[in-house]
Design a protein around this ligand. Structure first.
Ligand SMILES: [Zn+2]
Length: 118
């Protein structure tokens, strides 16, 4: 049985076999942030030392997320200022009191009563 129509020639273009050594997609951009558009300087107290930490990133949102993580890791050490002196005897923050005659003094409450740090 002869078929007059020629079999349709399927253009089987011999596809080039993709080379096995295809270029791997770089996971990390090779440019090491030459000029980070966003940077944050954080002053931390680490083991009693003042440490300046500089965070740099090309993405501001990512930078703030890192900053938040750093700040949570290093909670702010609240130091009593001169306005809130500590009792030298008990080591607690004393409150400022105002007398009727304009005098001021600091005291804090203890189990034995009010202590003026003396
Ligand atoms: Zn005291």
């Amino acid at each position: 049985m002869r078929d007059g129509l020629p079999a349709p020639t399927v253009a089987l273009a011999p596809s080039q076999p993709t080379p096995a050594l295809s270029q791997p997609a770089p996971a990390v951009p090779s440019t090491p942030l030459p000029e980070a558009p966003a940077s944050i300087n954080v002053h931390l107290e680490l083991a009693g030392r003042q440490v300046q930490l500089t965070l740099r990133d090309s993405d501001e949102g990512r930078l703030l997320a890192r900053l938040e993580a750093v700040l949570q890791r290093f909670p702010l050490v609240v130091k009593p200022t001169d306005e809130t002196p500590q009792c030298p005897k008990h080591g607690v923050v004393m409150k400022l009191n105002h007398g009727k005659d304009g005098s001021t003094w600091h005291s804090h409450k203890t189990a034995d009563g009010w202590c003026k740090g003396k």
